[in-house]
Design a protein. Structure first.
Length: 134
């Protein structure tokens, strides 16, 4: 059985700013246990890295990509890590695509959805039809 990981563990692992907690986070993330990260944790982690820690957007996405590429890490509800990586890569160049929207896109694609409803005119449409009404 897999264990879920919260944002604070991921942040300590990625930032390494509190030695005792960083060591604990590394033992968890670098261990052999299968870990699950939710799309919400990915979005919250990205937001915190960029807004609080002032890490450039592209560097924040690279850190998260390296995390989800780990053999023992999976993203809840998204059975294809490649979709998560593709979504995060689309977030890298600018603030046009939010990480939360990118995770919704990856979740929808993973679930085999063909349509997504959004009032956001810039919502990712790669592989999906974006509609505003039925």
């Amino acid at each position: 059985m897999s264990s879920f990981v919260d944002t604070n563990v991921i942040l300590r692992y990625l930032i390494a700013d509190q030695p005792a907690l960083t060591d604990q986070a590394a033992r968890i993330v670098d261990g052999v246990e299968d870990l699950v990260i939710t799309p919400e944790v990915i979005a919250e982690t990205a937001y915190t890295l960029i807004s609080f820690y002032k890490i450039p957007r592209d560097a924040a996405m690279e850190r998260i990509i390296k995390l989800v590429e780990k053999e023992n890490v999976s993203v809840f509800g998204i059975n294809d890590t490649g979709l998560v990586i593709q979504a995060l890569l689309l977030c890298r160049p600018s603030g046009r695509i939010s990480v939360a929207d990118a995770m919704v896109w990856a979740s929808a694609r993973s679930a085999g959805a063909r349509v997504i409803y959004s009032f956001d005119k810039r919502f990712l449409s790669d592989g999906l039809e974006v509609r505003q009404e039925r």
